[in-house]
Write a protein that binds this ligand. Sequence first.
Ligand code: FAD
Ligand code: NAP
Length: 347
Amino acid sequence: MASKSSLHVGEEVSLQDLNTLRVPSIARWFCHVESEVDIEAAISFVKNRQCPVLILGGGSNLVLPTYFDGLVIHMALKGRQILEETETSVSVALAAGENWHQSVLWSVRQGYSGIENLALIPGTVGAAPIQNIGAYGVELDSIFENLEGMDLNSGQRCRMMKADCRFAYRDSIFKNAYRDRILITKVVLRLHKRPQLVLDYPVLAEFLADKDIRSLGPQQVADAVIAIRRRKLPDPAEIPNAGSFFKNPIVSAQTHQRLLDAEPDLVSYPQPDGQFKLAAGWLLDRAGWKGLDINGIAMHDKQALILTNRKRQSGKALLQFADKICANIRQRFGVQLEIEPRVFDQC
Ligand code: FAD
Ligand code: NAP
């Protein structure tokens, strides 16, 4: 037990039900943090033992090691608050342990817009900035105002504005220089009070094609996104997965042309800087990985980018499977895939 707090630190705790890939994993120490006092107690626990720390949200974007020899801090801070309103926008503070999808539903119920395309993404609010979550043409940074957290190096509270977070495609400073350094406690979003809908993502546009655009608000768009996602993406409660297992590679115009010459039906998207984003799911499908099951590990048969783990294999087994895929894609297309979820050296 940590001192001066009611924080309970468990020992040798299973994380298998706390990660959506259902990887068997044990934490040497584990605690839920529900308040700032709990967080301070957890930080002094780590300081006293000089042990590694892992901040865990919904466990939907990581491949856990069999044993984590440190403290797992399970983020459970709750609360939503409207901070400030103007005629056209509203600033909303969400505690890091709030469920992301429930926060989207709450926002659209108030009629706020900007967040609706990000419905049904699993996980917590506090993890959303880590990879600048994105879907259906919208990324978190378009509505992000700032975040608050604790700097685990200094033990000080901190506030980071959008520019500080270095958001990029499925990336931020928290996956790089600040990895495991900032424990995010609160995220502040700036939402629109009048609908500002992003409807140009092809499958969304198609789904809403027969609707009168004037009748659409954030709720209808969120409903459409939820329906589209449910028909294609595996529900982690039924089939263990962590969403897209690989990032869509960004390649030079030259590489893109070489690939296009060999594969005229290549799926790719031009980027503002002249490079091209390749649909990694298409590469995997073309290389024959879609639906191919090896010992219960497979790339999903409806979306080849999603690695599924029906037999609840270890993180090590998943990464060996991913290595095979990466080698095959490199050899076949000369393109290096990068794993999207957080992976651990100890896997
Ligand atoms: P976790 O998996 O618990 O943690 C992920 C990383 O964030 C870890 O490094 C962890 O240490 C860190 N972290 C978590 N909380 C905090 C905190 N409070 N402070 C500091 N660090 C923290 N992602 C998308 O971008 N778009 C999608 O459309 C999408 N769809 C998905 C669909 C499915 C079916 C699944 C399973 C996943 C999908 N994902 C998607 C990936 C995932 O849901 C998101 O990345 C999500 O933000 C992860 O949240 P989490 O709370 O589960 O994070
Ligand atoms: P999809 O619609 O089948 O499209 C395949 C890929 O093509 C997507 O990754 C998407 O890139 C890209 N794409 C499609 N149309 C595009 C356009 N007009 N401009 C630029 N890029 C375009 O993808 P899906 O698998 O069904 O997923 C739908 C959305 O949910 C995507 O935005 C995807 O990122 C998101 N999603 C993410 C995860 C995750 O874990 N990260 C899991 C499931 C779904 P983008 O990925 O850049 O959008």
